[in-house]
Ligand binder design. Structure first.
Ligand SMILES: NC(=O)c1ccc[n+]([C@@H]2O[C@H](COP(=O)([O-])OP(=O)(O)OC[C@H]3O[C@@H](n4cnc5c(N)ncnc54)[C@H](O)[C@@H]3O)[C@@H](O)[C@H]2O)c1
Length: 330
């Protein structure tokens, strides 16, 4: 099988490619990334693998005749601007990449007759859900441009699948954590932010009162779900939740990492709980999360040096960054 991964130099993409390169059935992996958010550091340990072709490219500039899509059996479409908060101040790049970029990928697939796409959608499409655990049929309620753009990306894929007979699996990921996760955004990838703060001996910035719960899922479990989706024989199209279904209180996570923490204001529009109902993905993919939260966290702490050069989120940067959140989303 030949596979193409957009966003392959990112946090989740680099973990996926590492696994794909070890799969006997996979003959070639094409990685497309513009290396702005993702980095060369994420792929340095496998960049010389003979099965891998690295293409530095902005997905917005993909031409439908792009030769990289030739003879590809499946595309993992993971390239997206994934930092949540700046989407409020500056929605255009999110629409360009997460929506128009998705169309560029779909058109290159159509022209090159690639028949299967696996998309990393976001659980942020549920907004503040009414039901917990939340299943795939929950009402869509996008509350900020990142969530909107990722959901429109999913709808776009569904539309192309219907008109041009593609097969899709859209995995709605909950809060993914693991080595190489981004630290940008004071409220963004919470785990990375905390680890950088631990490393810098700064107070951990707890949002609200810390009683909110997040459905953290280890990136290795996410990669297992992506691989199961790849090998799924059924040609049916699916939207599936991928989470641990075991939400963790933020304050409990913080206490595992440090005694030194402060509280920062809670953002309007954010759920108190994210909690995935994963019955459907268990049934369809024959998958379940295997890695315990504590052991995933220990792995991060063991690799804490990764965050040494990451940006540190100070009180003033948090204040600046969240100004617009409060202005627009109250
Ligand atoms: N991390 C999570 O908790 C989470 C949750 C839900 C969904 N997702 C989705 O999973 C995917 C991967 O997320 P991640 O956490 O690894 O983020 P990431 O920022 O680490 O990875 C995204 C990658 O896409 C690349 N990219 C962005 N715009 C591009 C463009 N125009 N052209 C080419 N490459 C581009 C970036 O350089 C980066 O390497 C994204 O689609 C994201 O929306 C992530």
């Amino acid at each position: 099988m030949n596979i193409l991964v957009t966003g392959g130099a990112g946090f989740i993409g680099s973990h996926l490619i590492e696994r794909l390169l070890n799969e006997k059935k996979i003959k070639k992996v094409v990685l497309i990334d513009f290396f702005e958010d993702g980095s060369k550091k994420n792929i340095k340990h496998f960049v010389n693998n003979k099965k891998l072709k690295v293409v530095k490219k902005n997905i917005n500039k993909i031409n439908k005749k792009d030769k990289n899509f030739r003879n590809i059996d499946c595309v993992f479409h993971m390239a997206a601007i994934a930092d949540i908060v700046p989407s409020i101040d500056n929605p255009m790049p999110y629409c360009n990449t997460n929506i128009m970029g998705t169309i560029k990928v779909l058109e290159a697939m159509r022209y090159n007759k690639v028949k299967k796409i696996i998309y990393t959608a976001s659980s942020s499409c549920f907004g503040i859900p009414k039901k917990y655990p939340t299943n795939e049929r929950e009402k869509i309620d996008t509350r900020y441009p990142y969530a909107f753009s990722k959901y429109i990306g999913e709808l776009t894929i569904k539309h192309w699948a219907r008109v041009y007979k593609l097969n899709y699996i859209s995995l709605r990921l909950f809060n993914v954590f693991g080595t190489r996760s981004r630290t940008t955004g004071s409220y963004g990838a919470v785990m990375g932010v905390f680890l950088k703060q631990v490393l810098s001996k700064k107070s951990l910035t707890v949002v609200g009162d810390g009683q909110q719960k997040r459905d953290f899922i280890d990136v290795r479990d996410v990669v297992s779900a992506l691989i199961k989706a790849l090998y799924l024989k059924s040609k049916k199209n699916y939207v599936l939740n991928i989470g641990s279904s075991k939400p963790v209180k933020i304050i409990d996570l913080v206490k595992l990492l440090s005694k030194n923490y402060i509280f920062i204001p809670k953002r309007p529009g954010e759920p108190n709980i994210t909690y995935a109902n994963i019955d459907k993905s268990k049934k369809i993919l024959k998958w379940k999360p295997k890695i315990k939260f504590e052991s995933g966290l220990q792995k991060l702490v063991d690799n804490i040096d990764y965050w040494k050069n990451a940006p540190l989120w100070s009180k003033s940067s948090i204040k600046k960054e969240t100004k617009n959140w409060f202005k627009f989303l109250k």
